[in-house]
Design a protein around this ligand. Structure first.
Ligand code: HXC
Ligand code: NAP
Length: 291
């Protein structure tokens, strides 16, 4: 029987595609990259830390037998981003897909943040995404080549969220970029979509957003209607579909993968799941419900 932790697409579904994942050395970027390689893609992973990238590249090559090019690049720097795109084109003949995944985040009451702290997050998430998007888009349009962008946002891109305000502002900007270019660049055969994940445990996100001291009280699984956090393969399956030719008619979409988390927060009565059955019985009796 098929499990939700199985790979979803058929063998070779991404064969011949060269895919750049920013922040691809760790966490969700690494998990997506592994699956893309299993589906026949060539992979370029970039981030600031050379050792992390090289270790991941070696691990992924030996696990999948695929080709992985690690390139150091700070997404805040447009020249470095342009040079990653040239390196990908030189190594694989063309770049076909960009996954804007690199991010930074921390939890803090907003009034405690310095303006530089705000800059640190917005520069990585929003400026980093538009730098990569602009560099790849100019190259694709110049070469009359089709391409696909997939941007990793989060559900508070549209709800907003206290205590992660720089990230919320930046992810909202990335979502606006996704939808804007889905229309503007469609005539060049460039699709733009986004994924909004709920909680998927990773070292990077958990160490910063779920400090041990409060992890039990704030256990996200308790807030999620489906009662669990996400599995990396579930996200990798969705990402692989959205960059594959099977989704050729999907453009400008943001797909939420969060077990129902954000909607539960939005529904006025959704918190009533804490009411036990016997209490519902009492409430019905008090309201005089007929048997
Ligand atoms: C408040 C902080 C801070 C913190 C840094 N600053 N950390 N302020 N709380 N925890 C302030 C500093 O004091 C400084 O301001 C300014 O930010 C810049 O700090 P730097 O250390 O120079 O920044 P930088 O080296 O650019 O570091 C970026 C970083 C770091 C974001 C701070 O954590 C990082 O590189 N993270 C990458 C990985 C990551 O965050 N992954 C999680 C993504 S998860 P002053 O004024 O003092 O100079 C995610 C999940 C979303 O996005 C949804 C989850 C459900
Ligand atoms: P992660 O492992 O910390 O990934 C973040 C990556 O971004 C790291 O590899 C980091 O590498 C890279 N990065 C940070 N600053 C950079 C910069 N200036 N230039 C280039 N690369 C940079 O965290 P993750 O949980 O996998 O997050 C991946 C994506 O999913 C992010 O967009 C995040 O917002 C999103 N997301 C995650 C969750 C979740 O629950 N995990 C939920 C919603 C959304 P270096 O430090 O080497 O640069």
């Amino acid at each position: 029987m098929v499990k939700y932790t199985d790979g979803m697409l058929k063998e070779d579904a991404l064969k011949g595609k060269s895919i750049l994942i920013t922040g691809g050395g760790t966490g969700l970027g690494k998990s997506m990259g592994k699956y893309f390689l299993q589906l026949g893609a060539n992979l370029i992973i970039s981030s600031r830390k050379k050792e992390v990238l090289e270790r991941t590249a070696e691990e992924l090559r030996s696990e999948t037998g695929g080709e992985v090019l690690p390139v150091v690049c700070d997404v805040r720097n447009f020249d470095q981003v342009s040079s990653v795109i040239s390196s990908a084109e030189d190594a694989f003949g063309a770049l076909n897909v960009v996954i804007n995944n690199a991010a930074g985040n921390f939890i803090s009451p907003t009034e405690r943040l310095s303006n530089r702290a705000f800059d640190a997050i917005v520069d990585i998430v929003l400026k980093g995404t538009y730098n990569t998007t602009l560099a790849a888009g100019k190259s694709w349009i110049g070469k009359k080549q089709k391409g696909v962008f997939l941007n990793i946002v989060t559900t508070y891109a549209w709800t907003g969220s206290g205590y992660v305000v720089p990230s919320a502002c930046a992810k909202a900007g990335v979502l606006a970029l996704t939808r804007s270019l889905a229309v503007e660049w469609a005539e060049y055969g460039i699709r733009s979509n986004a994924i909004a994940p709920g909680p998927f445990p990773t070292e990077g996100a958990w160490s910063r957003l779920m400090p041990k001291e409060i992890a039990d009280d704030l256990d996200p699984a308790k807030r999620i209607p489906l009662g669990r956090v996400g599995e990396h393969q579930e996200l990798a399956n969705l990402a692989a579909f959205l960059i594959s030719d099977f989704s050729s008619y999907i453009n400008g979409e943001v797909v939420t993968i969060d077990g129902g988390e954000w909607l539960k927060g939005a529904g006025q009565f959704s918190g009533f799941d804490v009411i036990p059955d016997h209490m519902w019985d009492l409430l019905e009796m008090a309201r005089g419900k007929k048997k």
